[in-house]
Design a protein around this ligand. Structure first.
Ligand code: GUN
Length: 287
C-alpha cells in the first residue's frame, strides 16, 4: 500500500511557519504582507478558491483584498486595476484569478499577466519569473508546481536521476513543474494531448504528475510499482471531487500518492501565502 502525501497536514505546517515569520517581520517594524486578488466573473470554482485564499491569508496574518468585477468587464478596465495595484506600495502581491471571463481573448490574457509588476507576481506567471525559473534563478515559483515539489520533498521521494513524466503542458502547472523537476536532476518527459502511447510512457515513470483535468485519464495499471503519483486534477463528477488518476487502483501500486481532495489543492494556497510573505520581505520601503 502506498504512502498518502497529505497536503492538508503539510499545508497546515507551512501556514504555522508563515504565521510565525509574518509576526516576526511585523514586530521588527516591517510591513504586514498584503495580497490583492482580482476576480472577474462568476466562475463557481474560482469563487471557492478565492474565498479559501482570503480565509487562509487571515489565519496567518496576511491582509487580503479581493476586487470582484463583473463578467463583462473590458480588458482595459482590468489593465487599469492592475496599474493601480502595481503603483500601490501597500500591496505586495497581485493575483489575477484564472480563468478570465469569455469576453477576454487569449492575447488580452497574456497582456494582462505581463502587466503585473513582476516583483508583485506571486502567481509566478509573468514571463520574467518564468524565465528566471528556467535560468535556474527562481524568484516567484507558481504555487501549484511549488506545492507539488514540497509534497515530493516531504515524502522523501528520490528525484535525482529518476524518470519523471508530466502530463499537461500548461503555463500554470505543466511547464513550471517540468523545470522544477529538471532542477532537481530528474529526467523529465512532458506529455500532452498530442502525445502518442501515453500509457507506455507513464509506465516507465518513477514520478507521475497528472495535470490535465480529465477524470480517470491515468489508469491504475499505468503506474509502475513504487512510483510517486501527484494528481493535480480537480474534476467534479456527480457532485464529488476527483483527480485525473484512478486513485484506488493507482494507490495499490504506487509508493506515494496524493489524494483529491486534500493533496495538491491545500498546498497551492499555502504556497501563495508564502510567495506573498516573500514579496513583502523583498519590497522596498515606501519613500
Ligand atoms: N486558477 C486556478 N489555479 C490558479 C492559480 O494558481 N492562480 C490563478 N491566478 N488562477 C488560478
Amino acid at each position: 500500500m502506498s504512502q498518502i502525501l497529505d497536503g492538508r497536514a503539510l499545508a497546515r505546517d507551512l501556514r504555522v511557519q508563515i504565521k510565525r515569520e509574518v509576526k516576526a517581520m511585523v514586530a521588527a517594524g516591517g510591513p504586514r504582507p498584503k495580497l490583492a486578488v482580482i476576480l472577474a466573473g462568476e466562475d463557481p470554482a474560482s469563487a471557492v478558491y478565492v474565498r479559501n485564499k482570503e480565509k487562509m491569508a487571515a489565519r496567518v496574518g496576511i491582509d487580503a483584498v479581493t476586487l470582484r468585477l463583473p463578467a463583462d468587464v473590458p480588458a482595459a478596465a482590468l489593465m487599469a486595476e492592475i496599474d493601480r495595484l502595481n503603483a500601490d506600495p501597500s500591496v505586495h502581491g497581485i493575483l489575477l484569478q484564472l480563468p478570465l471571463p469569455q469576453g477576454i481573448s487569449a492575447e488580452e490574457e497574456i497582456a494582462l499577466l505581463e502587466r503585473v509588476d513582476p516583483r508583485k507576481d506571486v502567481d509566478g506567471f509573468h514571463p520574467d519569473n518564468l524565465g528566471l525559473l528556467m535560468a535556474g534563478r527562481p524568484r516567484f515559483v507558481a504555487c501549484t508546481p511549488q506545492g507539488c515539489m514540497r509534497l515530493l520533498e516531504a515524502g522523501g521521494v528520490p528525484l535525482a536521476g529518476r524518470q519523471a513524466v508530466v502530463i499537461g503542458r500548461s503555463l500554470i502547472v505543466g511547464k513550471p513543474i517540468a523545470q522544477l523537476l529538471l532542477a532537481a536532476d530528474a529526467t523529465v518527459t512532458i506529455c500532452h494531448s498530442r502525445t502518442q502511447a501515453l500509457a507506455e510512457i507513464v509506465r516507465q515513470a518513477d514520478i507521475v504528475i497528472a495535470a490535465v483535468g480529465r477524470p480517470g485519464l491515468v489508469g491504475g495499471d499505468w503506474i509502475k510499482p513504487g512510483a510517486a503519483v501527484i494528481d493535480v486534477g480537480v474534476n467534479s463528477v456527480e457532485g464529488a471531487l476527483v483527480g485525473d488518476v484512478d486513485f484506488e487502483a493507482a494507490a495499490s501500486r504506487a509508493g506515494w500518492i496524493t489524494p483529491v481532495p486534500g493533496g495538491v489543492g491545500p498546498m497551492t494556497i499555502a504556497c501563495l501565502l508564502e510567495n506573498t510573505r516573500q514579496a513583502a520581505l523583498r519590497a522596498r520601503p515606501a519613500p
